[in-house]
Design a binder for this molecule. Structure first.
Ligand code: BV8
Length: 232
């Protein structure tokens, strides 16, 4: 195979499943427990901020009990083997890649442990529950306005650092998609971007994703087994 030195990896909820974090579309997943339009859209937040803040508090609490798994740790090893040549893009808002040892993680859909102030637009690290106490939303630690929201990208909002992602896809030799159903854009379109720039493309997922036919190669099984085997 041609010299591989520029790698783009995209991860989704499936890479955190073996750490006990609910995925979205699997049996009993998050989108079975809540309607997307109620908890993952700006309109839903405007309609019922307490419901949305409670949804993210529940996920933050679940994350505090979760540990990174062998797949997260294997990607951290790969990052050390390809210093400066690997871009890890995650759709996940958990911090398990960082806790598994990855140092440069691009959270295109934001982070559970970050808060965004709708007034001053400053981000602040946020670990505490955000659900409104008595209808009061938490104050921004910078401008003191009671307008904090979860720093996550909802449906209809622009994902973060898209220019950096598209530039990396345009220069990639290898694109690997791990643990994602390939149902949400623009992430689901990254494999086609990578192919157009001549990259090899590999899917590592429990089962064929919606876009599996776009990949040169697909391996199916739990990420905790597939990813270390692929990396090592
Ligand atoms: C946007 C953050 C404009 C919050 C999330 C075409 C082009 C562009 C946009 C659209 C388009 N068509 C439609 C749209 C709009 C929309 C969209 O895609 N809708 C879908 C429903 C059709 N997209 C948007 O609104 C996006 N914004 O488009 O802005 C724009 C356009 C172009 C360029 C720039 C801007 C914003 C979308 C982001 C929404 N936020 N999350 C939060 O986390 O609460 S989405 C959420 O679902 C995740 O972040 C993730 O991105 C997404 C998909 O979830 P997955 O990670 O794939 O998880 P899922 O449960 O679905 O699948 C898990 C997989 O793992 C499964 O395949 C399973 O088999 C596997 N698995 C399970 N266990 C394991 C495993 N694999 C391995 N091992 C295991 N053990």
């Amino acid at each position: 195979m041609a010299e591989i030195n520029r790698i783009v990896i995209l991860t989704g909820a499936g890479i955190s499943a073996e750490s006990g974090i609910d995925t979205f579309r699997s049996e009993g997943g998050l989108w079975e427990q809540h309607r997307i339009e109620d908890v993952a859209t700006p309109e839903g937040f405007a309609r019922d901020p307490d419901l949305v803040l409670g949804f993210y508090d529940m996920r933050r609490a679940a994350l505090s009990k979760a540990e990174p798994n062998d797949a997260h740790r294997a990607l951290a090893r790969l990052e050390r083997e390809f210093p400066g040549e690997l871009l890890l893009v995650t759709q996940n808002v958990d911090d398990l890649h960082e806790r598994g040892g990855s140092r440069d993680v691009l959270h295109m859909h934001g982070e559970l442990k970050s808060a965004l102030c709708a007034s001053c637009e400053i981000r602040s690290a946020w670990d505490a529950p955000m659900s409104a106490t008595g209808g009061q939303r938490p104050q921004c630690p910078v401008c003191q306005a009671p307008t904090l929201r979860p720093d996550v990208v909802w449906f209809g909002e622009m994902p973060y650092q898209m220019d950096r992602i598209y530039a990396a896809l345009g220069a990639a030799d290898l694109f690997v998609s791990i643990g994602t159903s390939g149902g949400v854009y623009p992430a689901a379109g990254f494999v086609q971007e990578a192919r157009q720039s001549g990259a090899r493309t590999l899917e590592l997922n429990l089962e064929p994703s919606e876009g599996t036919h776009f990949f040169h190669e697909a391996r199916h099984g739990p990420a905790g087994q597939l990813v270390p085997r692929w990396v090592d």
